[in-house]
Design a protein around this ligand. Structure first.
Ligand code: CP3
Length: 343
């Protein structure tokens, strides 16, 4: 049963028989069986919005690899998509919003989505997937951090410089706080719907928190991650702030059970800084999966060795699996984690 799973034990910093492993973006374009479904569906959002398809894609990597958890196939942008901003995924360019939210008036015109009507396909996909998993492996639900969602909503798509959202933070902080409050409260409802549908743990993806100054991170990202966690039903919470290595201590005080680390810190140094307060998840460079199995094995052993013989390590990458990866490299990594893993 998933209650006994390595993942949930490690998140609770309890001893395990070997280190558990799952990978961000473990389902997706590097898998030919995903690409086939994607071609048939026509659009990425159509895959997310059809629960049987989302369930099938969620399970695809578990059929190939000895992963210790499934992560729901969906996207962090389902929430802004449900607010009528006209989201499209443009091939090779990523997400694009037809109606970005750049002014206080546009922020105040936003409507809070109701999960049970506007986003019912997400908890429904959780329920279907839990039924298929039948307790064999735990299921992770997820959402984006309010700051990360706001970057896409204000910029209108991916950005390198965050011109509009950062200008808003300096020029109209009260309006940005209203947007982040709306996103945090909606996200708490959204994660609670996933937990009530059976998600065994949830991860908050703060992918763009690391682009902020220390003060701005506390004000515009961490405060709203806390606001979400404070409203959640009981379930282990993993917070992944990419580029957040400078702020581990304050992240460890956010109420999270575990922190996801990118590859820029050593696991050992990170563990020394947070002690027993939280479990740690990470942190192989995603580019390790371009290397041959011998190098993958060496690096996995080094990361596990760096963490040391303590409870509370969940192995993962420092960011998601990329589309160029050959699936057999993922198998080599997963098997090496179990071989070199510790309790
Ligand atoms: O981890 C998993 O396997 C679950 C699925 C998952 C997806 N997106 C599927 C996806 C998860 C957890 C996400 C989270 C997500 N989405 C994040 C946070 C984590 C991260 O990667 O930084 C962000 C920032 C997004 C927003 C998003 N969605 C972008 C920027 C893109 C385009 C970039 C790209 O890789 O194409 C997406 C699309 C997306 N989300 C795809 C998948 C499988 C590719 C869509 C396709 O098939 O064309």
């Amino acid at each position: 049963m998933s209650e006994q799973s390595r993942l949930l034990k490690a998140l609770a910093r309890e001893p395990v028989d070997t280190t558990p492993v799952w990978l961000m973006r473990q389902a997706g374009r590097y898998l030919p069986e995903y690409r086939r479904l994607r071609e048939r569906a026509g659009s990425f959002l159509a895959l997310c919005q059809d629960p049987p398809t989302a369930c099938e894609i969620t399970l695809q990597p578990l059929a190939r690899f000895d992963l210790d958890a499934a992560i729901l196939f969906s996207d962090i942008l389902t929430i802004p998509a449900s607010m009528g901003l006209g989201l499209h995924f443009v091939a090779g360019e990523g997400p694009h919003f037809e109606h970005p939210v750049r002014t206080p008036a546009a922020i105040d015109a936003l409507r809070r989505p109701a999960i049970e009507s506007d986003l019912a396909f997400v908890p429904e996909a959780v329920r279907l997937t839990k039924r298929e998993l039948a307790g064999r492996k735990p299921l992770i639900g997820f959402a984006g951090s309010p700051w990360t969602l706001a970057t896409y909503m204000v910029e209108g798509g991916p950005s390198k410089i965050y011109r509009h959202v950062k200008a808003l933070a300096y020029d109209e902080p009260a309006a940005l706080h209203r947007l982040l409050t709306l996103l945090a409260d909606t996200t708490a409802d959204y994660l609670n719907a996933q937990i009530r549908a059976g998600a065994d743990a949830v991860q908050i993806f703060d992918t763009w928190g690391g682009t902020l100054s220390t003060t701005a991170f506390e004000t515009f990202s961490l405060a709203y991650i806390r606001r979400i966690i404070d409203q959640l039903d009981p379930a282990p919470v993993i917070v992944f702030t990419k580029g957040g290595g400078g702020w581990l201590e304050s992240l460890a005080d956010s109420g999270a059970d575990a922190l996801g680390l990118d590859q820029t810190l050593s696991m050992g140094a990170a563990r020394a800084r947070v002690g027993e307060r939280v479990a740690l998840q990470g942190n192989a460079d995603p580019a390790l999966l371009y290397a041959r199995p011998a190098a993958i094995r060496r690096e996995v052993a080094a990361i596990i060795d760096s963490f040391g013989p303590h409870a509370g390590h969940v192995f993962n990458l420092g960011h998601g699996v990329t589309p160029e990866v050959e699936p057999d490299r993922v198998a080599a990594l997963v098997d090496a984690v179990h071989e070199f893993g510790t309790g």
